[in-house]
Design a protein around this ligand. Structure first.
Ligand SMILES: NC(=O)c1ccc[n+]([C@@H]2O[C@H](COP(=O)([O-])OP(=O)(O)OC[C@H]3O[C@@H](n4cnc5c(N)ncnc54)[C@H](OP(=O)(O)O)[C@@H]3O)[C@@H](O)[C@H]2O)c1
Length: 285
């Protein structure tokens, strides 16, 4: 059996891991909520690693993900996204555990016009991206045995996300504007969870940074359009520009991730965004 600790079991990604856990009988999961394992508290992290079975892997699904609120909550975002990641890396080093940490497309500034490689220069625009990058750097500096997996535009049937927000707005409004000039790749959080578990199953030791998103490049407008098509909604959808919808945190204009590096580590081909969206939508019906 492979013993795997998963942080943030009640987050969107944490719930996806729990949902698919039964498909991996050779993995013994230890799911922890934020109250059972606060990753910012080094003593708690040490106590979990000291007192439970020896873990083979730790998957860090915990993060401060409120991108706009992070602009005013710099210290808290840093504690969770940077210091929390560092605490886990230190414990993993001490106990010889492989850390799989989830990061974000927001480490890039979005000024590129071609899909970002893992080796491309990072330049986060806001506090969320800056603190996530510091978390990545702390892990790389502390621990050799790590996988950092950057992903983008996560959604699923769990938690709060764009899919669920659009469906709610479709039931409340007749008309909506969605930005059409930010380009990225939506990612079904369950596909990401499967990818992580495939890396564990493969017992890969090709440590380092990887990009994982669903296949395809679209705008938030395109994403909303497909959600409304699937749901048969008659809401009027208007394409707007980023400047029409100002937010406290600046978003990258283009954050498509090149997934060539991770593909050989996975047992299945990365699904296209439309197929995965249809799958997630079917879980909500
Ligand atoms: N959502 C996206 O669009 C997106 C895009 C790119 C990358 N990512 C990355 O993907 C990962 C998963 O995101 P998600 O969508 O699952 O986020 P989420 O739904 O916001 O979940 C975050 C989880 O982190 C937990 N958490 C916060 N502070 C913690 C702490 N100090 N100790 C332990 N747990 C703590 C939260 O606890 P509570 O349950 O108590 O709230 C929550 O369960 C994150 O690394 C995120 O940066 C997300």
């Amino acid at each position: 059996m492979i013993n795997v600790l998963v942080t943030a079991k009640d987050g969107q990604l944490g719930q996806c891991f729990q949902d698919i856990a039964l498909n991996y009988p050779e993995i013994n999961f230890f799911f922890k909520s934020s109250s059972e394992l606060d990753i910012t508290n080094k003593a708690t992290v040490d106590s979990v690693f000291n007192s439970e079975v020896p873990f083979d892997y730790c998957i860090n699904a915990a993060a401060y993900t409120a991108v706009d609120k992070a602009e005013d909550n710099i210290e808290l975002a840093d504690q969770v996204n940077h210091i929390g990641a560092q605490n886990l890396a230190l414990a993993c080093k001490k106990h010889q555990v492989i850390l799989i940490h989830i990061s974000t497309d927001f480490v890039f500034d979005g000024k590129s016009s071609k899909a970002y490689l893992e080796s491309d220069i990072t330049n986060p625009l806001g506090v969320y991206g800056k603190t996530k990058l510091k978390g990545e750097q702390a892990i790389s500096k502390t621990l050799e045995q790590h996988f950092i997996i950057r992903t983008s535009w996560l959604y699923s049937e769990f938690g709060n996300n764009f899919l669920k927000t659009m469906l709610r707005l479709a039931s409340e409004r007749n008309e909506i504007g969605v930005v059409g000039d930010q380009i990225g790749s939506p990612t079904y959080a369950k596909d990401l969870a499967e990818a992580v578990l495939q890396i564990i199953e493969a017992k890969s030791s090709a440590y380092g940074i990887y990009h994982y998103s669903n296949d395809g490049e679209i705008s938030w407008y395109d994403f909303a359009k497909e959600i409304f098509r699937l749901s048969g909604s008659s809401i009027k959808l208007n394409k707007i520009e980023t400047t029409d919808y100002p937010t406290p945190a600046e978003r990258p204009q283009f954050s498509v991730l090149n997934t060539t590096k991770i593909s050989p580590l996975l047992a299945i081909k990365i699904p296209n965004w439309k197929a995965s969206l249809a799958m997630a939508y079917s879980k909500l019906e």
